[in-house]
Design a protein around this ligand. Structure first.
Ligand SMILES: [Zn+2]
Length: 168
């Protein structure tokens, strides 16, 4: 999985504004956090999927529907499509996804308390996930802040990583 894959999988969530960092740089993180972003995107898409009208559209094709039922289904489809358009227009989209002080930071075009809550949880989770490989990690504050698993911390910091673990 790459950042580009996620953009293709959830196109509605990424800003198309050419001035935004996400448009220019893509995801400014290493691959270990991509599954976390994937889960976040999937949850955000649940809101979009809630407007899906295919069930009603299929029901409308059933034989022997009386007028009242048809009217009901058409109304459902209509309302849902209107609400979808309204939601999409005001929906927060990612403007930047990056690492800062060793943890994940996600910025959006607008604030929505429900989505903000999910983003904050993903950001908090990133402090326990190796940014390189996705294994269990911890936030190392040796010279620079970075969340890494033991293996990748040893690779990067050598003996300093072991000492950090013993003293933190
Ligand atoms: Zn790792």
């Amino acid at each position: 999985m790459t950042g580009k894959d996620l953009k293709e999988k959830y196109p509605l969530l990424f800003s198309n504004n050419p001035m935004e960092p996400i448009f220019i740089f893509g995801l400014e993180i290493e691959d270990g956090w991509l599954p976390l972003i994937d889960i976040l995107c999937n949850r955000m898409y649940a809101k979009i999927r809630a407007f899906d009208t295919s069930f009603y559209q299929k029901s409308l094709l059933e034989d022997g529907l009386d007028e009242a039922k048809k009217e009901y289904l058409k109304n459902k489809i209509n309302t849902s499509q209107k609400e979808y358009k309204k939601y999409i227009k005001n929906m927060p989209v990612f403007t930047q996804i990056k690492e800062k002080f060793g943890t994940l930071r996600i910025y959006t075009s607008q604030l929505d308390p429900y989505i903000e809550g999910m983003i904050e949880m993903a950001e908090d989770m990133s402090e326990h996930i190796c940014e390189k490989c996705g294994n269990k990690g911890r936030l190392y504050t040796i010279n620079w802040h970075k969340t890494l698993c033991d293996t990748h911390a040893d690779e990067r910091y050598g003996d300093k990583a072991r000492i950090f673990r013993e003293t933190n």
